[in-house]
Design a protein around this ligand. Sequence first.
Ligand SMILES: NC(=O)c1ccc[n+]([C@@H]2O[C@H](COP(=O)([O-])OP(=O)(O)OC[C@H]3O[C@@H](n4cnc5c(N)ncnc54)[C@H](OP(=O)(O)O)[C@@H]3O)[C@@H](O)[C@H]2O)c1
Length: 259
Amino acid sequence: MLTLGFIGTGNMGAALASAAAKNVENRLLLANRGREKALALRDRIGGEVTDNCGAAQSDYLFLGVKPQMLPEVTPELREALARRDRDTVVVSMAAVTSIARLKELLGEDVPIIRIMPNTPVSVGEGIILYSCSGEVTREMERRFLEAMAAAGRFIRIEERLIDAGACISGCGPAFVDLFIEAMADGGVACGLPRALALELAAGMVLGSAKLTLETEKHPAQLKDEVCSPGGTTIQGVRALEKGGLRSAVMEAVIAAFNK
Ligand SMILES: NC(=O)c1ccc[n+]([C@@H]2O[C@H](COP(=O)([O-])OP(=O)(O)OC[C@H]3O[C@@H](n4cnc5c(N)ncnc54)[C@H](OP(=O)(O)O)[C@@H]3O)[C@@H](O)[C@H]2O)c1
């Protein structure tokens, strides 16, 4: 049995804790500044509510507070971790906070896994980018991946690429939501009921994404396979190219990265 502590049970902390709760081998310790949120989460997924130092008495300690809150939260954690007679692996989901910065806050020897999850974690279809500090052993990494498997796909990448990756996997759900909404709007303009139009648009995105991942075909090839000569789809592609869809999407990723 592994003990997983969560400090900050807001949107992302709660989503990851909910995924962890699906594995019966995980024991959860939940801590949040406003205790009611942790209590409500416990009622939903199980586990025990504690304070921040209590949550640090764990094999994996997830930091789910906003990045600017870290300097406030970490001093007592640093002490609590130093007092422990076994390793706690700290799992930070804080955006733009490097492993080097986390070590400054928590101690040089602390094993750290920096993750960048996305909102589909809450339905078990997340993309979770992660990088490990040198102290994280293969066994620590293996047990982490096993404990969190219900969250989605874990992809280990070099830490220097994590911010760029996050502009696709982390920000991307919002970009895709715009696309789904716009597709549904088009359908409504053509006479479809709103709910049906949304179901078609979202289901189509899900299926198209699966097709790309499972066939490993280039998206251009998949697009060509839908466009019959003189047909309807190529007319839609023409309209999207005229509207600058590709350039707009590239600019969105780059704008997020620059921010
Ligand atoms: N949301 C995303 O899509 C996303 C994606 C990738 C990474 N992240 C990262 O995930 C982290 C959390 O983001 P979020 O969107 O989940 O924010 P959030 O919903 O605001 O959650 C933050 C939680 O931290 C709690 N908290 C604040 N100070 C605390 C303290 N001193 N001790 C214990 N708990 C404390 C807050 O409690 P109160 O309820 O009392 O305020 C709140 O529940 C951030 O570092 C963010 O960069 C988020």
